[in-house]
Design a binder for this molecule. Structure first.
Ligand SMILES: CC(C)(COP(=O)(O)OP(=O)(O)OC[C@H]1O[C@@H](n2cnc3c(N)ncnc32)[C@H](O)[C@@H]1OP(=O)(O)O)[C@@H](O)C(=O)NCCC(=O)NCCS
Length: 179
C-alpha cells in the first residue's frame, strides 16, 4: 500500500482482484463515458477489464496497477507504464499515465490532483523527464483537469472502435516536461 495523504492510498491490484476491478469499472467507467458509446460502453469494459486482459496488463513489464483508496474505500483505478516513450520525444526518459478513473462520488475532492502530484514527485525522484497520457477531447472534466496541471498537446488521433459515436472519437496525447 502506498500512502499519498491521510485519506488517499494506492493499493496494488493482483489477479485475485480481477472480478472486483471489473465490477468497480463497470460502475465508474459507465458513469463517466457511457454517452461516448452506442452500447453504453459494454463492449469496451468487457474487453479492457476481462480476466484475461487484466492478467495481461499485470504481467506487462515496467508497469504498476493500483486501486485508488479514498477514506478507506476503493473508488477507482490508476495504472502507470514506466519507460514508455512518447513519439516526438525519443531519448527523454518518459512515463505514461495509462489509467486514472475515479468514482463519480469521489470526483472534485482533489483526489485526482493529489495522485498527479504524487506521480510527478515520484517520477522526478526516479529521474524521469516527462509524463504523458491519452485523453478524450470531448471529456472536458478530464481534459481541463490535465490542462490546469500544465499538460500540453502533442498530437491526436481518431479512435476507430466501431461502437464509438463519430463526433466523440478524437483522442489527444498530452504531456508534461518535468523540471
Ligand atoms: C478526471 C479525474 C481523474 C480528475 O480527478 P478529480 O479528483 O475529480 O479532480 P480534482 O478534484 O483533483 O480537481 C482538479 C482540478 O480539475 C478541475 N476540473 C475538474 N473538472 C473540471 C471541468 N469539467 N472543467 C474545468 N476544470 C475542471 C477542478 O476545478 C480542479 O481545479 P483546481 O486544481 O484549480 O482546484 C476524475 O474526475 C475522473 O476520474 N473522471 C472520470 C474518469 C476520467 O475521465 N478519467 C480520465 C481518463 S483520461
Amino acid at each position: 500500500m502506498i500512502s499519498i495523504t491521510e485519506h488517499i492510498q494506492l493499493k496494488e491490484i493482483s489477479n485475485n482482484d480481477s472480478e472486483s476491478l471489473f465490477k468497480l469499472m463497470q460502475e465508474v467507467y459507465t458513469a463517466a463515458y457511457k454517452h461516448f458509446w452506442k452500447d453504453s460502453g459494454v463492449w469496451y469494459i468487457n474487453a479492457q477489464y476481462s480476466k484475461e486482459n487484466i492478467a495481461k496488463e499485470l504481467e506487462e513489464e515496467n508497469t504498476a496497477y493500483y486501486f485508488v483508496v479514498f477514506k478507506n474505500e476503493i473508488v477507482g483505478n490508476f495504472r502507470i507504464i514506466w519507460n514508455k516513450e512518447l513519439v516526438g520525444f525519443e531519448g527523454k526518459k518518459s512515463v505514461k499515465l495509462h489509467r486514472i478513473y475515479l468514482h463519480a462520488k469521489t470526483q472534485g475532492n482533489g483526489v485526482g490532483k493529489a495522485l498527479l502530484n504524487w506521480l510527478e514527485e515520484t517520477t522526478i525522484k526516479k529521474q524521469y523527464e516527462l509524463i504523458w497520457l491519452d485523453a478524450m477531447d470531448e471529456k472536458p472534466q478530464a481534459f481541463e483537469f490535465y490542462k490546469k496541471r500544465g499538460y500540453e498537446y502533442n498530437s491526436h488521433c481518431f479512435l476507430d472502435f466501431e461502437l464509438l459515436h463519430d463526433e466523440l472519437r478524437k483522442m489527444s496525447q498530452l504531456y508534461k516536461l518535468l523540471s
